[in-house]
Design a binder for this molecule. Sequence first.
Ligand code: ADP
Ligand code: MG
Ligand code: MG
Length: 903
Amino acid sequence: MAKYVYFFGDGKAEGRADMKNLLGGKGANLAEMSNLGLPVPPGFTITTEVCTYYYQNQRTHPAELKAQVEEALRNVENLSGKKFGHPENPLLFSVRSGARLSMPGMMETVLNIGLTSKTIPGLIRRTNNPRFVYDSYRRLISMYSDVVMEKAAGIETAEGKGVRVQLERLLEELKHKKKYKNDTDLTAEDLQDLTERMKKKVKDVLGKDFPDDGYEQLWGGIAAVFQSWNGKRAIAYRRIEGIPDDWGTAVNVQAMVFGNTGEHSATGVAFTRDPGNGENYFYGEWLINAQGEDVVAGIRTPFAVNIRSKQENNQQFPSLEEVMPETYRQLLDIRQKLETHYRDMQDIEFTIEEGKLWMLQTRSGKRNGIAATRMAVEMQREGLIPKEVAVSRVKPSQLDELLHPMVDPKTESVWHPIAKGLPAGPGGAMGKMVFTADLAEELGTKGEKVILVREETSPEDVHGMKPAQAILTAKGGMTSHAALVARGWGKCCIVGCGDLSIDMEKKIAHFGKKVLKEGDWITLNGTKGLIYEGQLPLVTIDPEHNEYYKQLLTWADEIRRLKVRTNADTPGDSAAAVKFGAEGIGLCRTEHMFFGERIWAMREMIMAEDLAGRKKALAKLLPMQRQDFYEIFQAMQHRPVTIRLLDPPLHEFVPHEPDTQKEMAARLGVSVETVKQKVESLHEFNPMLGHRGCRLGITYPEITEMQARAIFEAAAQCYAEGIKVLPEVMIPLTGTKVEFDHQKTIIDRVAREVMKEKGIKFNYLVGTMIEVPRAALVADKIAQTAEFFSYGTNDLTQMTYGFSRDDVGKFLYDYFEHKILPSDPFQTIDQEGVGQLIAMGVEKGRRARPDLKIGICGEHGGDPDSVKFCHRVGMDYVSCSPFRVPIARLAAAQAMIEEKKMK
Ligand code: ADP
Ligand code: MG
Ligand code: MG
């Protein structure tokens, strides 16, 4: 018989941490914690297979499920000594959803299931605490009616019109009438009265009675979890994160423990290390007399778990360490156990009922790049993990954050912040304030810089949080929804900004006395929690000052096989890239060397009527290009430098407006008519497939000759000064061996001439871009004479797909919508198609020339997945923009580690 239900409790469990696919993340870890002997309230997990079954069988459960749930339920009753639905000693449950990965948009937890007119009186008699019982009941009504009766039932409501908001309004009105500040001020009578009115409201709004039967509540909750898997938000999130639809979710049903019975009870959330900067100390927040998500939802300002984690806004409140030292010590002990067991930073949820500690969740904690780097390195040093694990633990994209902008400290020191909040996600950001997730999404995806400003965020806002530069909320602590999501994405984020209030009607935000409109610019310092009006300059710090970053990349360098070069066209960029660890230049574009004042020599060449005229103009360009190369060689010292010969079509160098054409005519002493004619003659219907690349060098060999001379004379000069540079001359857009040979002959001849003239011998290579699909197909032929290949994957993708690089944006979004493409092939290599051409080219090329040097210089060279692909096909190096060099170094090391694991 298929097993659909897994039990946990009392130091034992049927599941384990590695059963996430079946039990979901939450269920697997509840089982693991039980097995570790940690205090976990007993319960059971209904597997993800039931969810899959549910959707494959017209939303029904497998027949065996009911009996298995009943059996597990009896087990929980036996362990807890209480009975579900019993009028004197009732057991209550929480129903919690749990996918493999935690997923916004999934059903929120429903607590206190089993409270009914039958069980309430008994529980009051037993606990002698009517306030606690009615507090639990009003929570059940509002959670259940919201997530089960409304959301899971597919009822769509306008913002502010949902049942939960309406129920919360009743609560607020009551507090207002009674002049209470906190929920905890409500008396038992208040709450009893409130629950009656809430139930009426539910009936009014949803047209249904709130269920007064425990089993109906329980099965309603279970079905709602499965239902939520196909909710709009959950589907949207899966699409953003690329999570398959058929994974399904598990359901956890667990005996309730209560943090809301009074002053000796509490609930909290903690991280075994600081998720903001990675420091090794216990970090967390808690609230006395509270339940469930109170801490996260920002109902009251949460207290710090210990003195060390106190922040500006909770300095005055007591920590758990001070109030319940014994329980705190137990929690510290559990922290230690969990870290040595999981060998990673954990994010935990706990509840204290009358002084007794209960663990409700553990999972590997989200962290930003700075924290991830520090934790990985320190855990290696502490002996928790080996170097390879440390290197694998930081996502290459997370390094981005270390290289990310922050508010310029000099400017900041003379500006006054308009408000202050909690520093939930580090770095700086600026943007226009927007107050709704929908607007953030609309503007953000258009490329506008926006900052999402909200009271607080919820899973419904995720679609607008992603495209926002940063997130700012009025409420919530360091473990609030906004903080967690931002941290996961490495986004700048400030939460709990007490001075902020938003007027959604008038579309204005008050920052204390300051009033700003939606659309006004603000700047955030997420590292310090400061908010500024206007646009402050952002700067990028030198990661070389971060010892953990340096250590991690040193390990990465020891591990990786793939070399990392950079794309750089100027001495400045080259020097910067060397600092980031570039081992050479993989692509030096020469076109910019024809712009600025030099464009006139270029135009003179284009206008020249004969070879002599062109040579005369090119002679003017020669010394300037030679100087460019000389300086780049100097910056790179002995490192290899790949220089690509002129690539763009000539029409890019001539003016197209009447005014500028007139200017050109005057300057070159020809008639405007002549200029016009020339410009028209250069016009092409399909310039990307036109007269460019080596095709230019074939029509005008004197251009190739001039560029080769500039390169070799610069090299000779460096040799004379003792710097043994290695120029690699690269011919663009080659499609046939004959094309290549035509150009190579010129280059080799010029090299011989320069060596002879200067009396200096130097090394150089002549190779080609592989960017026309034909070149990949005949790579073995081309490699007979080409000494290196560099994949130009931008053009290769363009020509393989037949997607114009410049126009693909118009329909790419539709392709994502309809799941025709999983990702932008210009960002991440299309391994299935373009990848075949690459692999074939490598294989054929090496067959003809075993020591053929092979690299990539398209945009993909800095994309982690593409870097790993380049490793797998056996390239020698990747080349990317200077800022992406560290990312590529890390990705290359991870590719090596993955390769070793496969063996
Ligand atoms: P999420 O996935 O949003 O973290 P959880 O299922 O962890 O949702 O539930 C949220 C909170 O509900 C928990 O942190 C805990 O405070 C409370 N909770 C869940 N189950 C129980 C329980 N059995 N007893 C007491 N509180 C619970
Ligand atoms: Mg939650
Ligand atoms: Mg949780």
